[in-house]
Design a protein. Sequence first.
Length: 312
Amino acid sequence: SQITASRQLSAVVFACALCTVTTSPLFLGIDGGTESIRAALFDQKGSLVAMHSKEYRTLFPKAGWAEQNPQEWWDAMGDAVKGVIAKADNPEVAGMCVDTTCCTVVALGAGGEPLAPAILWMDQRAAQEATDILQKAKGDPALSVHCGGQGPVSAEFMLPKALWLKTNKPEVWAQASTICEYQDYVNLQLTGRICASACNAAARWNCDGEEATADKSGKGGRPLGVLDKVEMRDLADKWPHDVLPMGALVGEVTKEAAAHLGVKPGLRVVQGGPDAFVGLVGLGCIKQGELGLITGSSHLHIIVSKEPKTAP
């Protein structure tokens, strides 16, 4: 689709920023969506060369619940990348970047293994936790993103889902070294590095994205006041300490990941972010006052502004 291509083209923009080769390589953009993962190759002018996709399952174990298996993301990504590489006749690839759904929450053990199914962005199981957060922390500046702090707090956000996990799955919470997103899990599989997206942190984690990016202690920019009020301060320790803006270098593809994808080890991976915001760049909606409509499994209107603004 055009939106999918715009997200993947954005990945090309970010990957090109770190390219130092002088030949004419291609760039790999990955779009991890709600129903499938898409891999596309573009040239340096942004022209689409080839695309390949692979579906994965969404499970609905209860009304209002939606889950996915992180291993299926990784398996599908391997199929999608190998497919697009074959379609393009095994080209040289100079860099890659990934965007994914937001906010799809994953609990990882000490070895980076998923401890439970991922809670998909659309999942509404944390509706009561969202209400509780607003009641207990109303007036905290970190909640200003929710209509100026007046609410409602969306059950789709990170804090309600994390609070649901802590309350309803204490054994998973206790074992979890990391609470993160689809985006972070995939970058970990690619490079061995756990890091968060500044855009995710600012848009769905109630963080100050710029402060979280600048502070490597794991405390800067985090909504610590809210976490204290809902007795979830330990979430700050479980979040990735490194927070990277779009276009920043995450690392290089490991030998194991390269074999899985069918690419060369050492391929550079740069930070993407949430699919809608990455797609905004691909649409060319980058100037103040411009509005982008992102449509697919959900619909978003996103306006570019120099100053933080919330809905009235």
